[in-house]
Design a protein around this ligand. Sequence first.
Ligand SMILES: Nc1ncnc2c1ncn2[C@@H]1O[C@H](COP(=O)(O)OP(=O)(O)OP(=O)(O)O)[C@@H](O)[C@H]1O
Ligand SMILES: [Mg+2]
Length: 366
Amino acid sequence: MPVSEAPFVALHGVTRRWNGAGGVQGVSLAVPRGAFVSILGPSGCGKSTLLRLLAGLETPQEGRIEIAGRDVTARSPAERGLSMVFQSYALFPHLNVRENILFGMKVRRATRPEREQALARATAMTGLQGLERRKPAELSGGQRQRVALARAVVSGQPLCLMDEPLSNLDAKLRHTVRRDIKALQRRLGLTVIYVTHDQAEAMSLSDHVVLMREGRTEQTGAPETLYHRPATPFVARFIGDPPMALVEGAALGEAGQIGIRIEALERVPEGRADLTARVADAEYLGAETRLLLDHPQAEGLALILPGRVALAPGETVGLHLPEKHRVRFGAQAEAAAARDRGAAAAATRDGREAALPSPSTREDTR
Ligand SMILES: Nc1ncnc2c1ncn2[C@@H]1O[C@H](COP(=O)(O)OP(=O)(O)OP(=O)(O)O)[C@@H](O)[C@H]1O
Ligand SMILES: [Mg+2]
């Protein structure tokens, strides 16, 4: 995206709270056209509130929302040019699957062949063939969710908001529908804003991830930026499975805290080690051995070594933490992050916002 192009979706210092609690606070965000953006974070951090504000189902107490260059802050959902797939599917109970999926198209007066083609594509994609005549009450939760997805697919709106759209699907279907959503988004050039608490889902689907914490954005960026360069220990703990190991700087002769991905840890003779850890558990998995490690000044230490490694719980291993893989969190990292979040809100008052880089300008942090 050229720098001069305005973001397709923009939030400027948006706040919606209830009696001074919950909701979202001072959130600013700029989403380029055609991007796939995930809103990620633990339960209750404000993801659904943020999406409902974008959809027009909630009104901000402060701030401004723009879609396609228009201020839509006071506009109704129908005036915002978007489709929604939400946790609660909101289907029309008196309409069958076919009618629910085609409802928006009928309103827009699409021709019959257009409607049939769209229906066939959407039902095939979501595995709903054969269920077209059923009413929502005659469907399982997962099937209802797929009807909502199919409806968004045929709506033809340029912006699609999804709130945990796969939460009622079984693991296998979750995976295939996830790939379908991504393929569809690319093919149609849709801008998708996708809420999930599943970091793997967010990482694999998105151009950008917005990690939220207690109503504010903790860090926004490309998945690999959050993975390799988390801004705070909270991000380091939330992103990746396993998460980043965190070591007290004191154990390494430094101040603050050091984060490091376990795949970057190297086993070295103890005499040359930065850190000596104790084996808590050893798991042989055929191709590799996974060692869970304990150190009094570290959390999440582990080592994956090729083949079978004969190390028993209680034995010690020497670890080298290569300099270029160390992520430093200041002694006051958490407090600094809180200040940054406050500064982000202040930045909007100057008319600036936390812009997401476009996919083409992604920094390579590897
Ligand atoms: N209508 C409301 N009235 C009062 N508090 C609310 C309301 N809606 C949301 N909240 C509060 O705002 C906070 C954020 O809620 P939200 O639904 O946005 O969280 P979430 O990130 O979507 O969580 P989950 O992953 O569990 O769906 C929560 O503490 C919630 O209790
Ligand atoms: Mg939610």
